[in-house]
Design a protein around this ligand. Sequence first.
Ligand code: AMP
Length: 282
Amino acid sequence: MQIFNDINSLSDYVAECKRQNIILGLVPTMGALHDGHLSLVQKAKENCAKVIVSIFVNPAQFAAGEDLEKYPRQKEEDLEKLLSIGADVVFCPSASDMYLADHATNFVLTGPAMGLESDFRPHFFASVALIVTKLFMLTKADIAVFGEKDYQQLMVVKKLVSDLNIGIKIINAPILREEDGLAMSSRNVYLSEKPRKIAPILYKILMHIVEQRAKIKEMADFDKLLATAKQELLRAGFKKIDYLTIRDAKTLQNVPQLLKNRQRLLVAAHLDGVRLLDNVAI
Ligand code: AMP
């Protein structure tokens, strides 16, 4: 496994792969890797000849007051995990390498970037889109794997690739969960013991709503179900629910009625100072 800490060494590697017509895959991450990330690497390996994993905690994605400083960083463990799963390259650029002092370009996004996460983290997707585009250009990857864990991000990236005619195929990877159902996340380590036991209720409630789906015909009845589910989360110990909503699975717009296999149920909720995200097909 090769480790590149700067853009030039990555570019030399990529140029050589391109000369040899090697199909390249990319898995962008912020490190603190868990099995969910490793499942993305595995999926990439099934779809390309060489897998590049990037580890970059993108400072621009974090608003003031968010957890940039305390975001878990564990490079040695990450490298060991990536070696064991058979990643070919790890790209760990510095912030100053990715953002030169005179950096002057940003994105304005609409479509699936509107609402949900953007209501609470207004600059988030523009920063994601920028860094992901840079990674696509630098790695010249043929495919990239993104997790459904960050479902809105996945749709934003797909739209970005299609709108800008970037020649890369975006592959979805399903959410990997702990045994109790909690979606794996680098931020789960922030949960103290008692809230960690409460956290799986989030997924249980999503699954309960999915089970009720067949019985419910009107959107108004769904709204009642969602309102009850929010109350249950608050009763269980969640402090604030940013959203619990059903959206079109592709556009992430509100839906007037439910169609078969066309919606996504998404939630963001605060527990013990941690913002947990989850989603399921509905
Ligand atoms: P992050 O390091 O949190 O930026 O995540 C990097 C990639 O891993 C993103 O595409 C995430 O959607 C994906 N990911 C994070 N957690 C999971 C999970 N539990 N299952 C599948 N993919 C995940």
